[in-house]
Every structure is written in structure tokens, then in C-alpha cells.
Design a protein around this ligand. Structure first.
Ligand code: UD1
Ligand code: UDP
Length: 362
């Protein structure tokens, strides 16, 4: 049984990291990197940090418009899949690499496995919402990370027998790498534990120069109360540089960080402000209060619990809310008291289902 696993971006590498060695053990696995992310700090550093094996193919697709990037991926993936003839293609998440992998495989009548199926923000302006919805509807095995995702798929008419509620491989990645988390960056940036906030911004809808300026202006205003560390995604860095967006001294910008350094900073922060999907999940696992710089999220269970907070992107709202939080730290403690349902083992669940369905039942 041959499985082709396709990845291309930072979160896919991280979230597939617990699964890749298991797939190698149980199946013949071809590992294909589209090359959507290619800079050392967005790509190779994660293979090093998470001790992953080399990919069998790297397609070097690189950056471009959605159509250019996705189109190139589809053409190159088709060639590899025709050559390798896998029985199944496995994709993760909601990126252009995920979509290209799923659509290419399904047109070649190769079965598609979607890890992290069914997540919905119900915001069709997000390119990710389009990707994940289309991928789900051409997949044969849909591995939902939580009950909400499972129910979303049922509500969209995906046949129940294709959907499996397995949990979240991001939790596996986080719990299994925890002993490697590195606190060196606290010293590098002269930070004290739980006396700084962490910030990440990279969503397309938050990196138009006006919106980005608005968010960073809000963050600038709180840095007289608290240091904020900002590992800057390369998309975001380009905009900050091009538009010369003002950054105050206590807003500490750094290159994108490896997983061990980033998670060390997250685990020790007072709270995190982010528009990342993955960071929302990790904050819940590490019990770090999380303010979401978006109007909606595909990870609503943590928000409904009160563990994460949907703050939005309005300049005044961000500034006022954070100042209020710093004046009433009890609110942060309350967020920490809430227990989220964190369960390890999604990766093993996926392997066990794939073995049953693809080997024993054939
Ligand atoms: C992509 C995903 C997004 C995911 C994010 C993870 C899509 C539509 N978006 O967004 O869902 O949350 O990855 O980080 O697939 N760049 C570099 N070097 C790199 C990668 C990117 O310089 O290695 C710069 C380029 O200027 C590029 C820009 O970042 O144009 C955006 O990269 P791209 O992969 O298109 O989208 P992301 O914003 O990374
Ligand atoms: N991350 C990292 N270094 C950073 C920023 C993020 O290792 O400087 C990790 C983070 O721990 C999470 C993943 O990258 O696992 C999230 O990726 P990103 O925010 O780029 O994408 P999303 O999850 O929103 O798709």
C-alpha cells in the first residue's frame, strides 16, 4: 500500500510531524514537498527541529498569485503522482498545497485522505475557507479534529461513513515536542517569564498595509505597559518594510522562529495575540490566554469555552481590551482556570483507521 503525503507550508510540516514517521513504519510513503514555503525559517528549520526525514520530491513551486502557485503545483504534482502511482494521497489543513494535492489526486482517481477535515470559519473571504471546503468535498477519508468539524461535514452532506472523529495532530506535535521547547529566546530578548506578550500576524486579510498598520498601531500603544515579541512571517515583513510601518521600541521584531524557540516563547508568555490557526490550538494546549486578531475562527470550541477570545482587528478595541486586561489580571487567571479538552493520539487513530480501511478490508 503506497501513500503519497503532500505538504508545503510551515503548519503542514508541524502538524504532519507526528504522522510522517508512523506512515513510514506502516506503509510505503512518498513524501512530496510543493515548495510553497522555501525560506530556511519557514521550511527547513522545522525538518531539523522536529527531526523529520528528507522529502522524496521537492517541487520548488515558490510564491505567486493564488492561481499561479496552485496551477504550478497541480501540473508538477500530476507528473509525480502519475510516476509514483500511489494508492492514496494524504493532505493536511487548508493551504494552496492542500488544495492542489487533493484536486490533482481526485482527478487521477486516487483516494484522498484529508487530515484536519471539517474546520470552518464560515468566512468565504478567507482563501483557506475555500481550500478546506473544496478539499473536504473531494476527499474519501475525512479526519475531523473535533466534534464541531465532524458536525460541519455532516451538515454539508458529506456521507457519514467517510468521516472519522480522530482528534488533532497539532496536539500530538505539541505534547511530543514539549521537552524540546527552548527558553533561550527569553534571554536573547531580555524577557521575564509571564511578563511579555507574543504576537503573530500573517493572514491575507490582516496584511493589507492599512489593516496591518491599524493592528500594529494598537500594539504600539500597549508596549509602554508590556513588552511584545513579534516573530514576523515573511509575508508580513514585506509589508512592514515596504510601507515603513512604525514599530515602537518595546515591540520586539524577530525573524520567523523555529518550532522549539517559538513554543518556548509561547509557553512562557503572559498571553498571545494571533491570527494563526495553529497558535490558537497550541495556546489552548499550553494553557496560555489567547486573543484572536480576527472576526471569526475555525477553532470555535476554545472560544465558546472562554479559553480563547475573539478580539477582532479594530485598532481601538485591541488597545482598550489589552489595557483593561493588564489592569484586571484576574481575567487572565480566569481564562487559565478553564480546562480545554486536550487529548493526545490523533496520529495513532489515523494510522489505525487507514490500516483497517486500506489493508484489512481490501
Ligand atoms: C500560507 C497559507 C496559509 C497558512 C500560511 C502558514 C495559502 C493560501 N495560505 O500563507 O493558509 O496559514 O501559509 O504560514 O496557502 N514567503 C517567503 N518565503 C517563504 C514563504 C513565503 O518569503 O518561504 C513570502 C513571499 O513573499 C510570499 C508570501 O510570503 O509571497 C506569502 O506566502 P504564501 O505561501 O503565498 O502564503 P502565506 O501567507 O505563507
Ligand atoms: N510557528 C513557529 N514559528 C513562528 C510562528 C509560528 O514555529 O515564528 C508555528 C506555530 O507554533 C504553529 C505554526 O507555526 O505550529 C502555525 O503556523 P502559521 O501561523 O504560519 O499558520 P496557520 O496555523 O495559521 O495556518
Amino acid at each position: 500500500m503506497k501513500i503519497a503525503t503532500i505538504l508545503g507550508t510551515r503548519p503542514e510540516i508541524i502538524k504532519l510531524s507526528p504522522l510522517i514517521p508512523l506512515l513510514d513504519k506502516e506503509f510505503e510513503q512518498v513524501l512530496i514537498h510543493t515548495g510553497q514555503h522555501y525560506s530556511y525559517t519557514m521550511d527547513e528549520i522545522f525538518f531539523e527541529d522536529l527531526k523529520l526525514r528528507d522529502c522524496d520530491y521537492t517541487l520548488n513551486v515558490g510564491s505567486g498569485t493564488h492561481a499561479q502557485q496552485t496551477g504550478k503545483m497541480i501540473m508538477k504534482l500530476e507528473e509525480v503522482l502519475l510516476n509514483e502511482k500511489p494508492d492514496v494521497v494524504l493532505v493536511q489543513g487548508d493551504t494552496n498545497s492542500t488544495f492542489a494535492g487533493a484536486i490533482t489526486a481526485s482527478k487521477l482517481q486516487i483516494k484522498v485522505v484529508h487530515v484536519e477535515a471539517g474546520c470552518r470559519s464560515f468566512d468565504r473571504k478567507m482563501p483557506e475557507e475555500i481550500n478546506r471546503t473544496l478539499v473536504d468535498h473531494c476527499s474519501d477519508f475525512l479526519f475531523a479534529p473535533d466534534k464541531k468539524a465532524f458536525n460541519n461535514l455532516v451538515a454539508e452532506g458529506v456521507p457519514r461513513e467517510k468521516i472519522y472523529l480522530v482528534g488533532n495532530t497539532s496536539i500530538d506535535a505539541c505534547l511530543r515536542a514539549m521537552k524540546l521547547f527552548n527558553q533561550d529566546k527569553l534571554n536573547d530578548f531580555s524577557l521575564e517569564k509571564e511578563n511579555y506578550a507574543l504576537l503573530t500576524i500573517h493572514r491575507q486579510e490582516n496584511t493589507g498595509h492599512e489593516k496591518l498598520k491599524e493592528i500594529l498601531n494598537a500594539i504600539n500603544t500597549i508596549t509602554d505597559r508590556l513588552k511584545v515579541v513579534f516573530p514576523v512571517h515573511l509575508r508580513t515583513k514585506n509589508i512592514i518594510d515596504e510601507y515603513e510601518i512604525q514599530i515602537n521600541d518595546n515591540l520586539i521584531l524577530t525573524d520567523p522562529l523555529g518550532y522549539k524557540d517559538f513554543m518556548g516563547l509561547l509557553a512562557n508568555s503572559k498571553f498571545v495575540m494571533t491570527d494563526s490557526g495553529g497558535v490558537q490550538e497550541e495556546a489552548a494546549v499550553l494553557n496560555v490566554p489567547c486573543l484572536i486578531l480576527r472576526d471569526n475562527t475555525e477553532w470555535m470550541s476554545y472560544v465558546e469555552l472562554g479559553k480563547n477570545m475573539l478580539l477582532g482587528t479594530d485598532q481601538r478595541k485591541i488597545a482598550e481590551y489589552v489595557v483593561d486586561l493588564l489592569n484586571n489580571e484576574g481575567k487572565l487567571d480566569d481564562m487559565k482556570q478553564i480546562k480545554a479538552y486536550i487529548k493526545e493520539g490523533a496520529s495513532e487513530n489515523i494510522i489505525s483507521i487507514l490500516k483497517t480501511e486500506l489493508i484489512f478490508k481490501q
